[in-house]
Design a binder for this molecule. Sequence first.
Ligand code: HXC
Length: 264
Amino acid sequence: SLSPMEHVTLTTPAAGVLVVELNRPKALNALSDALMKDLGVALAHAQQDQAVGAVVITGNDKAFAAGADVKELAREHANREDCVKKACLKTWYDAMGATSKPKIAAVRGYAFGGGCELALACDIVIAAENAQFGLPELSLGTIPGFGGTQRMIRAVGKSKAMDLILTGRRMKADEAERSGLVSRVVPVERCLPEAVEAAQAIAALSSPSVALAKRAVDAADAFVALDEGLEFERQLFYDTFDLDDRREGMAAFCEKRKAAFTDS
Ligand code: HXC
């Protein structure tokens, strides 16, 4: 197990589920380098702990995260050369890449700038009715730098992505659901429980088949050509036929019983 960290709080409220709560409430969970480093440590832990099947990333009722820590960005980076020298945002990408296990964002309140991009970098976004999404970077004279320009267009299409990025306007939960950025909208008090339940459901499945499915969907995000994506998916589908869990899952169905997966 991990020693407590300053900027994230870890809990395991259900079998197979790690909840990472961003914990800088006074700054509305503004994402500092230190916070993102803690997040990376938590996700690296999730990756190596076989008991963890899925991760939930959340904030508090008021803020998922109100953006990158603008004060820190302004202080630490004088110019372009400085960004290059300090590999600005590299630790952020490393942090989110620390686990290949499914990540669910449970978003209550503000998810702006880097906070919105953090949610977009998760596999599933579950939003509370009070969630607000936005990419206001242009109002600070910069642009989304943590995947927002690439992931928002994939999530909501070109016109709405341009609308959000170029105007910087805020989008509420219902619009976010209609446009495909979030998978479900629930009352504020249901947001974290619902995400934990979804994570628990994922964790109860065969972990190698979950990993293959996630790779196939991620490939659809990354591939330019549909044909290539379909081919890649078919190869991963073939891979599942080597899994004990695939044999067990199909046998259990045929025998009208619940599958007993062994994650192999
Ligand atoms: C640093 C922040 C912050 C941020 C809030 N705070 N957002 N500090 N970076 N992104 C701090 C405030 O300075 C304040 O600290 C405290 O949190 C409470 O915020 P208030 O503004 O007083 O709260 P409120 O009036 O409720 O307004 C909430 C808000 C507003 C609308 C969310 O805080 C806001 O507009 N924040 C910035 C949103 C934003 O522009 N995000 C994008 C950032 S750029 P003090 O000490 O003054 O009390 C970005 C770049 C990404 O994310 C690209 C690469 C990752």
